[in-house]
Design a protein around this ligand. Structure first.
Ligand code: SAM
Ligand code: SF4
Ligand code: SF4
Length: 353
């Protein structure tokens, strides 16, 4: 248990009374895919290697967050499984008993090799991103011929004992809107739950356009034509996915971040692999936690920095994007590639989705 965890927990709340509970920890900005909606460019500016936090530094930081109320951690990236010996980080973080939910979001390519050790380390949940069941389409979307390894990764999850596998699909009009039913049936086969994510205009997604967004309404419309009436399930606090029940008992989710943002409930923040802390997916500036950590700030000083930043948080990024849309400016709100090169933290693959 971290030194800080011996102190009393003071749950932090922001300007809209949203608690600090869920932390997305990006362990690397590197990736072995080049998904067109996330990393469409040929070339990226990577975070300097010497700035990347060690596992011990990540565990220390997570301890300070836990002091202030964080109890859910998700490991992400970039592709988190590219970070060597990730199961060691899982063990380190789970030493802190206040972390009651530890998840991983991965593209699945390296999962078959690592699923067993991650399970043995105590990881609770796995989410695999899967946008298509067609190998050729996968190659066009990601620039790599890795479809069969992703499927192998998905198969390995259940075999080693994980329950509650989630499959996250970015739903894009004119790209994979003809695969919703196939994806639901595929997920059923693996006792998984598919979640359709509305295509988001995050900074790096410079191919985004509103007419490529397959909205929650369109998804529900298409699925109800196939399956009949769809029943919404009760909301689960700050969870971003709205869940639905199909007549045969299958459950699926929709994350309607673009058309129906859920900022009002948002309890999540993000730490990049080099220790920058962002209060919102759309935030253009963050707090450098690495420098104070490495130059000997005390636990009290670290907690004070985190607590005061969270207390001043007013971020509602997706809702603000929605307002831009209402005045016809959403498409012009994207950051250009030059700005992204100047600050790689703005990329989705740096802050972990
Ligand atoms: N590489 C891992 C993966 O793909 O699962 C983890 C990092 S990735 C940035 C996390 C999630 O963000 C993935 O499910 C991905 O599909 C999603 N994502 C990336 N860009 C997106 C966009 N423009 N709109 C919606 N979701 C996006
Ligand atoms: Fe695709 Fe995830 Fe890599 Fe982005 S970080 S390119 S979503 S695999
Ligand atoms: Fe939270 Fe920002 Fe996403 Fe809104 S846009 S849900 S405030 S991370």
């Amino acid at each position: 248990m971290s030194e800080s965890s011996k102190d009393t927990v003071h749950a932090a709340a922001d300007m809209y009374d949203r608690p600090l509970r869920s932390l997305r920890l990006s362990v690397t900005d590197r990736c072995n895919l080049r998904c067109r909606y996330c990393m469409p460019e040929a070339d990226y500016v990577w975070l300097p290697r010497e700035d990347i936090l060690s596992f011990e530094e990540m565990a220390t930081l997570t301890g300070y967050f836990a002091d202030l109320g964080v109890d859910k951690v998700r490991l992400t990236g970039g592709e988190p499984l590219l970070r060597r010996d990730l199961s060691r980080l899982v063990r380190l973080l789970l030493h802190d008993r206040r972390i009651i939910e530890m998840g991983l979001t991965t593209n699945g390519i390296l999962l078959a090799d690592q699923a067993q050790e991650l399970y043995d380390a105590g990881l609770h949940r796995v989410t695999v991103s899967l946008d298509t069941l067609r190998p050729e389409r996968f190659r066009r979307l990601t620039g790599r011929d890795e479809f069969s390894r992703v499927i192998g990764g998905i198969e390995s999850v259940g075999k080693v004992g994980f329950a509650n596998l989630k499959l996250d699909t970015v739903a894009i009009r004119g790209f994979n809107d003809d695969e919703l039913i196939a994806l639901i049936e595929f997920a059923k086969h693996y006792q998984a739950e598919v979640r359709f994510i509305e295509y988001m205009d995050v900074w790096g997604a410079n191919e985004w356009a509103m007419d490529k967004v397959l909205s929650r309404a369109m998804i529900l419309d298409q699925l109800s034509q196939q399956y009949g009436s769809i029943t919404p399930l009760p909301e689960r606090g700050a969870a971003p996915a709205q869940r639905f029940l199909l007549p045969g008992g299958t459950i699926f989710g929709i994350i309607p971040s673009t058309t129906t943002p859920f900022c009002a409930q948002c309890d999540r923040s993000r730490v990049t692999a080099d220790g920058m802390w962002y209060l919102c997916l759309y935030a253009t500036s963050g707090t450098d936690l690495r420098n104070p950590l490495r130059t000997g700030a005390s636990p009290e000083q670290m907690r004070e920095m985190i607590q005061s930043s969270w207390a001043a948080r007013r971020d509602r990024g997706a809702e603000e994007r929605k307002v831009l849309e209402l005045v016809g400016l959403r498409d012009s709100g994207l950051i250009g590639i030059d700005r992204l090169r100047e600050d790689p933290h703005l990329e989705m693959h740096a802050r972990g989705g």
